[in-house]
Design a protein around this ligand. Sequence first.
Ligand SMILES: *Cc1c(COP(=O)(O)O)cnc(C)c1O
Length: 413
Amino acid sequence: MSLAHGRTYLAIPGPSVIPDAVLQAMHRAAPNIYEGALPDLVDGMIPELKAVARTNGKVAIYIANGHGAWEAALSNTVAPGDKVLVCANGRFGHGWAEMADCLGIETEVMDFGRQSPVDPDRVAERLRADTAHEIKAVLVVHVDTSSSVRSEIAPVRAALDDAGHPALLMVDCIASLGCDRFEMDAWGADLMVTGSQKGLMVPPGLSFVFFNDRAAEARARLPRVSRYWDWSPRSDPEAFYQYFGGTAPTHHLYGLRASLDLIGGEGLEAIWRRHATLARAIWAAAERWGEDGPMRLNIADPAQRSHAVTALRLGAPLGSKLREWTDRQTGVVLGIGLGMSEPDDPKGTGFFRFGHMGHVNAHMVLGLLGTVEAGLKALSIPHAPGGVAAAAEVVAEASMAAEQPDWQDTAAE
Ligand SMILES: *Cc1c(COP(=O)(O)O)cnc(C)c1O
């Protein structure tokens, strides 16, 4: 018997759940790409995108996934033969380093393992030793989606400043933007990359590189940048087609418009609070289950955990078994353990992940946790009971702690 028929929940950390408003906005005939409503639509979105990134810098939009933004960021700032320092604490840090390596950039990886954030002291020490200033950029992943660790960005800026080091600070916010608080200008990031299909709730296919004047100066010093990746015409277009280096991604842009309306309607601070509360509900459930049995959150310290994705360990092969069960029996698809191989488990089948980014609310999270609790029971995986109840308590307390709960406003209207 399967209980999976009905609306499914793709609870993987990207692509995330696409709001109906975004899907409906995309369901239409193609517009004129030369003049009229579409160019106006994009001009109007640029300031809103920068507001979500908390920057007064510029943005270049690419018809690409996050990997494209990685390549664009490097192509506009670092020449082949130059050196970058990549802080890695999961699959995506290593992935960005591989991208740099393939561009002919000398790539030094500072590995923080898969359970710890970036240690700014280690970065500072390395930068102080680089008296010749050979390192042109420091690359940090704000939230590494494979390990679900979140690193502080401002202390890395401080490490650069204290060392008097001119390297650019480049941050991957592909998993975190629109979920975890991120302040590009206030935290001193020179460049930030993100994609459309996670916190921005749009299908995969758009990515964004935000950059400040320091990064633009690095671009100006390069002898050449490939025509397609060059961010100069994209961020300062004299003609609409220059935004996209060709035909605009018409339908993604309608989707993005709808997504920015949702973000503007809720408010970025409220969005960050929602993600934080729902993440705490998930942690409460996982911690309760783990009181008796193998369930463990990959990141021990709550202050170092993402609010958008949670990596958990059950031990091989139980992570995969649980994923199969929730998919077949309940209509919930959990994320795989990505880059989490262990000596006796090369495929990382001991791990699984919850994606809780973007268009996700309390009932979805409580439903998600309920299906997992049922799966633990059905598969006879030892666990302490009461995980869902612990999560419900977090949700209830958050609503009681709010001075004027949102739902009271709604009820009064
Ligand atoms: C998803 C993700 C990427 C890769 O994005 P793609 O769109 O799959 O290319 C890179 N970094 C982080 C942190 C991510 O979460």
